[in-house]
Ligand binder design. Structure first.
Ligand SMILES: *Cc1c(COP(=O)(O)O)cnc(C)c1O
Length: 448
């Protein structure tokens, strides 16, 4: 079997991300490592011909399927024209067009686009831009940030300062300048009698208290609009964003929308913040923006922020760079992705897919008494599983693979985040396979 040989070579030479490597070698309960040979549409295939439905869009990146013919064709043409050129002192067609189109998608409110290669770098850029913009305006005291409980904005040292995930942060605590954390508006935290709007208002009151206590030193609040992904798909009402926008204006702090996971149509609108009828001051994009093809991240900013840097003096400029800033291939993949959104009216078509997701969620909640808090926002559906088995997530992941689906629970939360080419029959398959995997993973340990 070819899989076996790739597997052992990978374990010997590759340090896999977000993984305790020893879990791959723990015998019968081991975390599976799956060598993938190729992908097509919503499916991944291993070297032995087994297939897996990509229920999480390969870590929330893939929007229009693996080996998408339209994105492939655009990339091949770009490859023949220009693979890369530095973006300092030079410019090129894909980066110009992408910047113009993203600005238009944001209603013209966010007029300049700054480029990097991954989500964490976009967070770093947004934080630096915010503080530097205040500094250029003479407000050097504004250098602290607020973030949400359970918020995730990446894992570089600066991004960890606004990421409230002890598991990712604790080992590096001495390196990290911790930001203030305010309560999450997660609607699972409702007190008896409260609805999602009431939870959002209560969380906004706590935000106001934190901004007031910040005594004018808060440069920015950073949030994941509508869905806190890594927190376990914690969802909240748009009312929180409306209040946060008003409070940031009142206390003169920037609002940074980290739409790395929730942008690109994931929540039903192209940008998640649109559902609150607001615009952020800084907007971070990555993951799906290149269709899941190439590493690309973008920070869009308001004209006032750009203007704060615009000067003849070098040091007042934003002197941040990455070698691959604005890589033409990655920008071309993003343009091809935006073309598909426009040509196929994807947001409208996704409403049907979202309805199919809602159906499998309801069926799972009905069939399985351990399902808690089924919830959905557009093309993200999630539920929690009532179990105290600490190995549940690994057991379920393995059982899911045995049922031909790729799902990676976060703790006890199982979520679906399929690409936007998934067919209704495939969504039904996802539901049925999940029900089977859930049964297998929940079998008492003595018999499993
Ligand atoms: C994934 C993610 C990031 C980090 O992106 P990387 O490319 O993994 O560095 C930041 N913020 C959010 C909301 C994310 O989901």
């Amino acid at each position: 079997m070819q899989n076996e040989s790739w597997l052992s070579r990978s374990l010997a030479a590759v340090w896999h991300p977000c993984t305790q490597m020893r879990h791959h070698e723990a015998g019968a309960q081991a975390l599976p490592l799956v060598p993938i040979q190729r992908g097509e549409g919503a499916w991944l295939y291993d070297f032995d011909g087994r297939r897996y439905l990509d229920g999480i869009s390969s870590w929330w990146t893939n929007l229009f399927g693996h080996a998408n013919p339209r994105i492939n064709a655009a990339l091949k043409a770009q490859l023949e024209t220009l693979e890369h050129v530095l973006l300092a002192g030079f410019t090129h067609q894909p980066v110009i067009e992408l910047s113009e189109r993203l600005s238009a998608l944001a209603g013209g409110a966010l007029g300049h686009a700054f480029y990097a290669s991954d989500g964490a770098s976009a967070t770093e850029i947004a934080l630096k831009m915010s503080v530097h913009a205040w500094r250029n305006r003479g407000q050097t005291q504004k250098n602290r940030f607020l973030c949400l409980e359970g918020g995730y904005h990446g894992e570089t040292i600066g991004a960890l300062s606004v990421t409230d995930m002890p598991l990712f942060r604790d080992a590096y605590a001495p390196l990290v300048r911790q930001s203030g954390t305010v309560p999450s508006p997660d609607f699972r935290r409702a007190h008896p009698g409260e609805d999602a709007v009431a939870v959002a208002r209560r969380a906004a009151q706590a935000l106001e208290a934190a901004l007031a206590a910040g005594e004018g030193n808060i440069a920015a609040l950073i949030v994941e609009p509508l869905v806190q992904g890594a927190a376990g798909m914690a969802m909240y009402d748009p009312e929180y964003l409306r209040r946060a926008r008003a409070l940031c204006d009142q206390y003169e702090a920037h609002l940074i929308a980290d739409e790395i996971a929730v942008g690109n149509g994931r929540t039903g609108t192209f940008f998640a913040h649109e559902q609150a009828g607001i615009r952020p001051d800084l907007l971070c994009l990555s993951k799906g923006i290149s269709g899941g093809y190439l590493p690309l991240s973008i920070v869009l900013c308001r004209d006032e922020i750009f203007a704060a840097f615009y000067d003849m003096e070098t040091r007042r400029g934003f002197l941040h760079s990455h070698s691959y800033t604005g890589n033409p291939l990655a920008c071309r993949a993003a343009l091809a992705t935006l073309d598909i959104f426009a040509e196929d009216d994807v947001l409208a078509a996704n409403q049907k897919r979202a309805a199919a997701l809602r159906e499998i969620l309801a069926a799972l909640a009905e069939a399985c008494p351990e399902v808690r808090h089924p919830r959905q926002r557009g093309m993200i559906a999630a539920f929690d599983v009532a179990t105290d088995d600490p190995a549940f997530s690994r057991r379920f992941h393995r059982a899911a693979l045995e049922n031909e689906i790729l799902l990676r629970p976060m703790g006890n939360t199982i979520y679906f985040m399929p690409p936007y080419i998934v067919r209704e029959a495939e969504i039904a398959f996802l539901g049925e396979a999940t029900a089977r995997a859930l049964k297998q993973a929940l079998i008492p340990k003595s018999s499993g």
